[in-house]
Write a protein that binds this ligand. Structure first.
Ligand code: G4P
Length: 292
């Protein structure tokens, strides 16, 4: 599937250096990741660069993730000393918790400023995260207006800019683009179906076929009810994965003239369904069962 994907290491190095250079200007780093894949949607290099800095992890797109699993992730990160906040940046849910925790985590900085007479000094936060994890949407939501440029592309490392939030925060729009570490094939699959790896660089039928297999493992009821597939154990259960995939395509009317199944159309439809949350609220990684 995505074995040919390779980020140019120079771009990544540059992005990490930009982050390291700007760290002194901020009080806290807010890292966004995709709540459905908190392992795969983070950049492991970031840890060493921001160690020693106050930080918060935003489990974004929590509206698309399994609520119970997201709660497990919050606990998992809490045990590692990382404050993780579930958030739906699109619908502005979780923002108050982000603001409140930023105040809590930066209480000492604010107190020092207060003692110097700087009452109401805003918290300065750097927002980082891999493409499509919702950095721009989060910044816009926290600022209550459109401020950030969306749409990171491989190879593009942008400069930074400050955005003023209406609630005592100044947000530094990502100084550079971080890529996820491309781990196992499964990890790449997760990044692709969630939209972090762009669809143009992968074979969509391979992605959809493998994704359906993964979803059948983790959320069989949801897949079964959306695509009219019998569950394992029932008499009509289709054991063969490819036959099952074709059956689902047929049920969704993806048929070409002559009766051949339109696998490509179904693949796009399936991935779109997943990305929009139409199959259900699905978490592809759990703390006890990472895909890597
Ligand atoms: P980025 O700056 O980190 O690259 O991400 P950006 O804010 O551009 O968000 C990427 C996509 O994810 C956008 O969809 C955005 O609307 C969506 N998104 C961001 N936060 C959330 C969230 O909390 N919940 C949900 N459901 N969606 C969220 P898009 O404009 O349709 O772009 P695309 O993914 O189709 O390219």
């Amino acid at each position: 599937m995505a074995e040919e994907i390779n980020w140019f290491p120079g771009h990544m190095k540059k992005a990490l250096k930009m982050i390291a250079d700007q760290l002194k200007l901020v009080d806290i780093v807010i890292e966004t990741c995709d709540a459905r894949i908190p392992f795969s949607s983070r950049n492991p290099e970031l840890n060493s660069i921001i160690s020693g800095k106050k930080r918060m992890l935003v489990l974004n797109k929590a509206d698309l993730a399994d609520e119970k699993v997201t709660a497990e992730w919050v606990e998992y990160f809490r045990k590692q000393g990382i404050t993780a906040i579930p958030c739906d940046a699109t619908h502005k849910k979780g923002l108050d918790l982000i603001r409140k925790n930023a105040q809590l985590l930066c209480a000492d900085v604010l107190e020092r400023a207060r003692l110097k007479g700087r009452i109401g000094r805003p918290i300065r936060a750097m927002v980082v995260g891999i493409p499509n994890s919702g950095k721009s949407t989060l910044i816009n939501a926290l600022c209550n207006r459109k401020v950030a440029v969306t749409g990171d592309r491989p190879g593009v490392t942008r400069g930074f800019q400050w955005a003023k939030s209406d609630s005592q925060m100044e947000l530094m729009d990502m100084p550079g683009v971080l890529w996820p570490k491309l781990g196992s094939r499964r990890s790449q699959l997760c990044l692709t179906i969630t939209g972090a790896i762009r669809s143009e660089v992968v074979e969509m039928t391979d992605v959809a076929f493998e994704a359906m297999g993964l979803l059948m493992e983790r959320y069989p009821k949801e897949v079964s009810s959306r695509y009219d597939i019998e569950l394992p154990g029932s008499d009509d259960y289709i054991d063969d994965e490819y036959e099952r995939f074709l059956h689902a395509a047929k049920k969704r009317g993806c048929i070409l003239s002559g009766g051949r199944i339109d696998e490509e159309r179904f693949s796009v439809l399936f991935v779109d369904d997943f990305r929009a949350g139409r199959i259900g609220r699905i978490s592809l990684e759990t703390p006890d069962k990472p895909v890597n």
